[in-house]
Design a protein around this ligand. Sequence first.
Ligand code: 13P
Length: 248
Amino acid sequence: MQTNSRRSMVAGNWKMNGDKALVKQMQNVLAEVSLDNMDAVICPPFPFLGLFADNIKLGAQNMSQFDSGAHTGEVSVSILKEFGCSYIIIGHSERREDNFESDDVVAIKVEKALNAGLTPILCFGEPEKIREDGSLFSYIAAQLDAVLQQVGIAQFANIVLAYEPIWAIGTGKTASPEQAQEVHAFVRGHLAKLDSDIAANIVILYGGSVKGSNAEELFSQEDVDGGLIGGASLNPEDFLSICQAANQ
Ligand code: 13P
């Protein structure tokens, strides 16, 4: 088996939730513990980014595909960098759906984030009907290939991947550890065809109804390196217990 240097990671995607009080609570809870074997990242709505202390790793939930200028309502990667972000969630299925973000736009955003020195958390995953009709792996390969074509395999050394099956997001219907492992192993194999070293070392998170009660089993799978957490990241104690599951 190829050795790897993957470090566990748990990112909390608050989506359009939270308030200033939660910023404080989350900071206090995370300050009380030492999580030496994993990276905990908070991805709050944009206005809260500036309220976190420097010792919290931050991610944005989106960025503009443009650098600057007349793009009302958009936030550029350089602004996010100034506000302390080191990660950016790109290609979340909610943005692909609500904002019609295509694979091509996702690929451009990944490239811009990389050029700015930030780490994209690139999301991919299938709707239920794709899983049912048997085209799961070609669907996922196409989502990743759009980004591979834009930035090349070498840049995947600077990317975190997040497998989020759409049917598991916010539904309470978590993928089984075996289902998650199967897709994560497929993705690693897909990348290994281009570069086995990068494939072995890329961090692949699972997202979709992860909770304190199922995190440990999911994260114990060989190719699951942590989680991208929605609902449970809004409760500091729950989020902490998920981080602790990744800290082993
Ligand atoms: P839930 O954890 O609420 O299912 O959300 C997952 C998700 O979409 C994280 O980005």
